[in-house]
Design a protein around this ligand. Structure first.
Ligand code: UDP
Length: 214
């Protein structure tokens, strides 16, 4: 299981024990968010670079096309995974997208979705149900999925399909992707309060560490 961690994930994990366990047990956690790079540097354990889930997914498709790996796209609104698959097939000729399905993270659908994925035998499963639902979904079902790599990808299928726009590259470079999202989707403001809360938490945790050390 690969998790694409951003500050919202970390703040959520503070008081959601199930999600915290998913993050702790993930096989790989990639830093998807400029805030994580800042925090890691500030806390003296710098990370090399940001790897956005929205960049990882197309990069993976490119690699899959070269190496013959099979992809399954799960989640997003009906029709979006199919459009994302068509775009990826156009961009990476020969990529094998062996299944697409919107479905939902509801428990009632779980058995049917798992059966669908097992039948398709993908090497990589991209799950776009938003965090934390997608990551909990993968964690719960991983033992019976028989998929080597499963990744929670948030809004990535929307971006690939072109139904939602990503921040321009200059904003991404300046670490302002969060600002673009806030402007485009103001309803996220409440969730995005996690960002200042995260910054505060990082600043105070370092002060605590220093006080304990002295
Ligand atoms: N989504 C879904 N089913 C749900 C909830 C969400 O398919 O029950 C999809 C939604 O259509 C979108 C993605 O999950 O494609 C969530 O994107 P978002 O950018 O909100 O992800 P997050 O920031 O939460 O990781």
């Amino acid at each position: 299981q690969v998790v694409t961690v951003n500050p919202e994930f970390i703040m959520r994990a503070q008081d959601d024990a199930a999600f915290r366990q998913v993050l702790a047990e993930a096989d790989m956690a990639i830093p998807d968010g400029q805030g994580l790079l800042w925090a890691a540097r500030y806390l003296g354990r710098p990370l090399r670079q940001r790897v956005a889930g929205s960049d990882l997914a197309p990069a993976l498709a490119g690699l899959a096309a070269q190496r013959g790996h099979r992809l399954f796209l799960l989640g997003a609104a009906p029709g979006v995974a199919e459009r994302a698959a068509a775009r990826l097939e156009q961009r990476y000729p020969g990529v094998q997208i062996v299944g697409t399905y919107a479905g939902s993270p509801a428990a009632a659908e779980e058995d049917a979705i798992v059966a669908r994925i097992r039948d398709a035998r993908p090497d990589f499963l991209l799950v776009a149900y938003g965090a934390p639902a997608q990551d909990l979904w993968i964690h719960r079902n991983q033992p019976r999925l028989q998929v080597p790599v499963a990744i929670g990808v948030g809004g990535t299928l929307d971006f690939i399909a072109g139904v939602r726009k990503r921040a321009p590259v200059w904003m991404q470079r300046l670490g302002l992707e969060w600002l673009f999202r806030l402007i485009k989707e103001p309803r996220r403001w409440r969730r995005m309060l996690a960002l200042p809360r995260f910054a505060w938490r990082v600043l105070t945790s370092k002060r605590c560490e220093e006080r304990n050390a002295s």
